[in-house]
Design a protein around this ligand. Structure first.
Ligand code: BGC
Ligand code: BGC
Length: 844
């Protein structure tokens, strides 16, 4: 018996009676049940209609091509490799069907890449796949990328507001235009496929991907699904459908990625079949009706069963019942999470109905195992042929066999006029105007008179990366500067420009200092950029333990200055205190590259008339406490003021609902990144430093090198290698911490680490307490006893650091670390705690 079946039979022995009954039904043909999950009843699901007519000519082409293909060529079509882990030559040798550029994968290993670099990459891969070969029929490649808020991997592209912003616009026609503009920019770089739209219906905003979803309301997601698919691909039945300026769209992530327990990314949706169907599947029938060519299976599970191997949902519901005739692609090594599978071996996913697996770095092993499994019959030949045929149909429909090399395509030739064009930026700016939501406008403070003197303050006042959030030039959207965004405008710059034009004056000062007292202050602040699980939260508190922004609002208002707060976030968070501290409060979401769109609405025209009114109505309800699902929302779905409303918002309760121990304190480095409120740097012998926000990086003198690596999830750790005896890691707090209580409470400084090489015992860990004040503990002996290559939590008692000279009342550097030449250590997390595997010896 084949392996997958054996495994499932073994697991079936443990299923409870309810499931056993469901299984009995499966045999009778009315329901489909799989091991340790729930039963699915396809007939109760909505139907969809594949909009493309039967096409005999297309079928003929597919059949003719497949007749010439070897088994190896067929298996190659089923695999998608990442451009950082595959060469064009390998694509050709292994006949791979597709490549992708992951969020951190840029041509030539650059950190950010220009349109020209992307054009060159797509050209090289195309040519490799199509190089003439006597033995093999060349098949053009699919090249996929996450163009999720515009062509967001490309320097100079138009960046639209993220999806959680767009929901508030309630404007499908706008969504269609965004889709069209995005498609054109992607095609202009020679890329033919985007991993969008996300049709998640997020039900718990602690989820780090909530901003990728349009709304918590399934009806709105369904409407936008049609519009975005038609925008990206062109409308079925028109000459524009999948023509040279459109791309293949992917509806993702099937299914219930936004329904996981506690909003955990890649988690488990513990919900009924009805909820799965009525809420989370809402976007899929309309996407299929609009002819979406690709659907991506989710990393997540439904009642314990991984979507990446769920035959009932992928094959029975999606392909059969909903008539989806495109291709189903897996997510980034998601198949490796299926029980019994690894990243390079997963027949269960193919057998469940996935046609192509995304195997970024694991493609070679996957190719070899899959080939062997087809030969052995573990993957039936009919399944292989069905998958290949689906992939080839998509390639034919997309015109890939006719369009030729990217460099010969008109849109690629005029890429300069397409990427970041004025017309696309105008659509993005309109999207900003339509998606921001006015939550409070006491005393009718807004709109502002542009002839006045306006101060623009706050961390996000003049910061284009913070307007964009994750999936921007890199995966997390971190480590970027305004200079990385040619053609874009910050919110502050947008306001200043219009104020100046109207004869007023403006000053941008992040800290809220001013030279002459302003008539009004606009404070722009919000979340730090994040993507996927790195943005998961334990509750809806905005920056717990860090009141910096709140203090800025209070301090300006305390000086008698009216304050407008502009809050930039991917999701609604509990900000009642900040709302109380401002006269007007605007939910700005993540508006993208066209910051000027805010000024269009916040400022009056020079003649005093209203330029643009607020239009946005909440597509996610806004919480009254930081506890998910507690009580009524502060602002319900659909809420949003306009300038015609003259309401006064009374003072809101300031009780978060979160008790002390739930607030994470003393967390300094998490998932490889400095935590908000702390700066993480690498320093060399001369004291010159470089930010630890971006990996890979090196100190200016090259003494210390840092790269990203995977611990529990993608890139959630950093490896440090010392090239000389100098080189230090340092984490600094914005304001000194008083750790005296923790020190007396036997708390430890805990580092989650892995020793890869330790040529000498020269390693120390320390805490700094102002100029010339530091306590260092020698760690060499402790580390030398640890097994090499294994993750451990090493704790250093705060008392040791105090004994070594740290003034625990004034810790401005809660973490410092140095080591000798040749040392290689990986670190994922640094925090205060008591949970450890190994306690360090107290040696000064
Ligand atoms: C994400 C997908 C994305 C893919 C490729 C995955 O980690 O879940 O949404 O399309 O990577 O970058
Ligand atoms: C992302 C990729 C990213 C990778 C980093 C994935 O989850 O979707 O795009 O580059 O993780 O390892």
């Amino acid at each position: 018996m084949e392996r997958a079946v054996l495994a499932s039979v073994r697991r079936l022995r443990r299923v409870p009676t309810v499931l056993a009954v469901a299984l009995a039904c499966a045999c009778a043909g009315s329901a489909w049940a799989v091991d340790d999950g729930s039963a699915v009843h396809p007939d109760t699901w909505p139907r969809a209609t594949w909009p493309l007519p039967k096409d005999a000519a297309l079928e003929q082409r597919v059949a003719t091509l497949m007749a010439k293909m070897t088994l190896e060529e067929k298996v190659g079509q089923l695999i998608q490799a990442d451009i950082l882990s595959v060469t064009p030559e390998e694509v050709r040798t292994y006949h791979l069907g597709a490549i992708l550029a992951g969020g951190n994968s840029k041509p030539r290993h650059t950190v950010t890449a220009t349109a020209d670099e992307w054009k060159a990459a797509s050209e090289t891969f195309y040519r490799a796949a199509m190089a003439p070969n006597d033995k093999h029929e060349p098949i053009p490649l699919l090249f996929g990328i996450d163009a999720v808020h515009g062509h967001n991997n490309v320097v100079g592209a138009t960046l639209f507001p993220q999806n959680s912003a767009l929901g508030n616009a309630h404007d499908p026609e706008l969504i269609r235009q965004i889709g069209e503009a995005t498609a054109a920019e992607v095609r202009a770089t020679g890329i033919n496929w985007t991993f969008a739209p996300t049709l998640a219906v997020p039900q718990d905003e602690r989820w780090g991907r909530a901003y990728e979803g349009y709304s918590q309301d399934p009806k709105l997601v369904a409407q936008y699904a049609t519009a975005m698919v038609e925008g990206l691909q062109g409308k079925v039945g028109t000459p524009q459908f999948l023509d040279g300026s459109h791309v293949l769209a992917s509806a993702k992530h099937f299914l219930a990625d936004g329904g996981t327990k506690n909003g955990k990314d890649q988690g488990d949706a513990q919900i009924s079949e009805a909820t799965l169907r009525d809420i989370h599947a809402a976007g899929y029938p309309p996407a299929i009706d609009a002819g979406v060519q690709v659907i991506m299976a989710s990393f997540s599970s439904w009642n314990g069963r991984k979507m990446s191997a769920d035959k009932a949902l992928i094959t029975d519901v999606l392909k059969q019942h909903m008539d989806f005739q495109g291709l189903v692609v897996g997510d980034w090594n998601a198949h490796g999470q299926v029980p019994g599978c690894t990243n390079d071996d997963c027949p269960a996913s193919y057998n469940a109905g996935l046609d192509m697996l995304m195997a970024p770095d694991s493609w070679r092993g996957l190719y070899e195992h899959t080939l062997a499994e087809v030969k052995a019959g573990t993957i039936p030949m009919a399944r292989l042929d069905d998958a290949v045929a689906r992939i080839l149909r998509v390639k034919f429909r997309a015109g890939l066999f006719e369009q030729g090399a990217p460099s010969t395509q008109p849109i690629v030739q005029k890429a300069d006029e397409v990427v970041g064009s004025a017309a696309h930026r105008a659509v993005a700016r309109r999207a900003v105007r339509e998606s921001i939501v006015l939550l409070k406008n006491n005393g009718g403070l807004l709109p502002l008179d542009p002839r006045k003197h306006i101060l623009i303050a706050g961390e996000s006042a003049d910061n284009i990366p913070r307007q964009n959030g994750g999936w921007t030039l890199n995966w997390q959207g971190t480590g970027l500067k305004n200079e990385n965004f040619p053609g874009a405008q910050s919110i502050g710059a947008g306001i200043a420009e219009q104020v100046k034009a109207a004869g007023g004056s403006a000053q941008i000062d992040v800290d809220g200092h001013f030279t002459s007292k302003p008539d009004v202050a606009v404070v722009v602040f919000g979340e730090d950029p994040y993507a996927e699980f790195q943005g998961d939260l334990p509750n809806l508190m905005f920056k717990p333990g860090d009141d910096h922004d709140l203090e800025l609002l209070r301090q300006l208002r305390g000086q008698g200055i009216p304050v407008v707060a502009v809050f930039l976030s991917g999701r609604p968070l509990w900000v009642n205190r900040e709302i109380n501290a401002a006269d007007a409060f605007v939910a700005g979401w993540l508006p993208g590259s066209e910051g000027g769109g805010l000024a269009d609405v916040l400022l009056r025209k020079r003649d005093g008339s209203i330029a643009h009114d607020f239009h946005g109505k909440l597509a996610y309800s806004w919480p009254a406490t930081a506890v998910v699902g507690q009580g009524k929302p502060q602002f319900a779905l659909g809420y949003g003021l306009t300038y015609a409303d003259h309401s006064t918002l009374p003072r809101l309760p300031e009780v978060s609902g979160i008790t002390g121990e739930q607030i994470p304190v003393g967390n300094y480095l998490d998932r490889g990144k400095g935590v908000h409120g702390y700066t993480f740097t690498l320093m060399d012998a001369k004291g010159a430093s470089v930010t630890g926000d971006v990996a890979p990086t090196s100190t200016p003198d090259g003494s210390l090198h840092m790269s990203a690596l995977d611990y529990k999830a993608q890139e959630d750790a950093r490896r440090f290698s010392w090239q000389s005896d100098s080189g230090e890691l340092s984490i600094r707090a914005r304001a000194p911490l008083d750790l005296d209580r923790e020190t007396n409470g036997d708390v430890l400084l805990v580092t989650t680490l892995r020793v890869d090489a330790l040529p000498s015992q020269n390693v120390w860990i320390g805490m700094g307490c102002g100029k010339g004040c530091q306590g260092r503990v020698q760690l060499g002996k402790t580390l030398s006893k640890l097994p090499v290559g294994q993750w451990t939590r090493v704790g250093v008692p705060l008392k040791c650091l105090r004994a070594a000279g740290a003034d625990m009342h004034h810790i401005d550097q809660p973490f410092a670390w140095g080591a000798g030449k040749g040392t290689e250590i990986a670190i994922s997390r640094v925090s205060l705690g008591t949970d450890i595997d190994q306690v360090a010896e107290c040696v000064k």
